[in-house]
Design a protein around this ligand. Structure first.
Ligand code: NDP
Length: 284
């Protein structure tokens, strides 16, 4: 059975979502990107993550194109830029995003990262959008522990439902404190770049060695599937890998079949040691 995460109000979502950064950048790839997202939604990957920043709105338009006729099957996440995080800016950005996404509501609206606008003003703007029914939930992204504590002082009990952060085998610093900081406040951790953007991580020898021990319905396990399974195994964490290629997407779905053994985990811990002290949150 597919793993799930539960939001603070009890809403249950599939733990595996889909990212869309760099999607919709060229008209040549548009059809393929749309097909990939539609396949993922039909396969039960409900959470689709985008942002007003991605392709200056093209990613949101692509998501709208892909899922507007299956809106109820999707939990739409988008983000407002810190430079638009004022009362007026949030209200305007949200409406522009809604138009691009071809919908009347955003399920989860995130502040992309902290900028110079006082947090209080952004939170107030999110509350207003909620009252107006334009967003269902709001959250943050790239917030480290001290940011989460500041947010908590503004909204107790915590109204923020998610913190989207960089988390993968190469970036484990959040295990020292931030994952628990989120968890104890019922804030879902969304893990971005869970497979290291398809880069050096996937060439790691330990990852390949663990992959060689597993098989999934798509065939012998790949390094990417192990990297994803490693994030997926953490309770309350929702990885949102981006896959344009249908082959990659199918592999990512099949990664949910993998259970890593203690031996696998030990090998990965040796190659990618867990943090032993506070590490400032990394950001891409
Ligand atoms: P990912 O770790 O998801 O890696 C994406 C890359 O990996 C793509 O090149 C993709 O190729 C490739 N890939 C996907 N699946 C496989 C597979 N099974 N085998 C081999 N390669 C694979 O990186 P992202 O940075 O895209 O992160 C995911 C999402 O997180 C983003 O799309 C975005 O929505 C979000 N994000 C949020 C940030 C924030 O500040 N809040 C920052 C960064 C990302 P291909 O597309 O060709 O299939």
């Amino acid at each position: 059975m597919a793993k799930t995460v539960t939001l603070a109000d009890g809403t249950v979502l599939p733990a595996l979502g889909m990212g869309t950064w760099n999607m919709g950048e060229t008209s040549a790839g548009w059809k393929e990107d749309v097909a990939s997202l539609r396949y993922g939604v039909e396969a039960g990957l409900k959470v689709v993550d985008t942002a007003e920043m991605y392709g200056q709105g093209r990613s949101e338009s692509l998501v709208g194109d892909a899922v507007s006729d299956m809106r109820d099957k999707v939990f739409l996440v988008t983000k407002v830029l810190p430079s638009n995080a004022t009362a007026e800016g949030v209200a305007k950005s949200c409406r522009v995003s809604l138009r691009r996404l071809a919908t009347d509501r955003i399920d989860l609206y995130l502040l992309h990262w902290r900028g110079s606008v006082p947090l209080e003003e952004t939170v107030e703007a999110f509350r207003k959008l909620k009252e107006e029914g334009l967003i269902r939930y709001w959250g943050v992204s790239n917030f480290d522990v001290k940011d989460m504590l500041e947010l908590e002082r503004l909204t107790a009990p915590c109204e923020c439902v998610a913190n989207q952060i960089l988390y993968n085998l190469e970036h484990r610093g959040v295990e020292y404190d931030l994952l628990d900081t989120n968890r104890f406040r019922h804030v879902t951790t969304m893990a971005y770049s869970p497979i290291g953007q398809g880069g050096a991580l996937l060439r790691n020898a330990a990852l390949k060695a663990v992959a060689a021990r597993h098989t999934t319905s798509t065939g012998p396990a790949t390094a990417a599937q192990i990297a994803l399974a490693w994030v997926l195994r953490v309770n309350g964490v929702m990885p949102i890998p981006k896959a344009t290629s249908l082959v990659h997407l199918k592999e990512n779905i099949a990664a949910q079949e993998i259970t890593l053994s203690d031996e696998d985990l030990a090998l990965l811990d040796t190659a990618f040691p867990p943090p032993t002290r506070k590490v400032p949150l990394d950001m891409i």
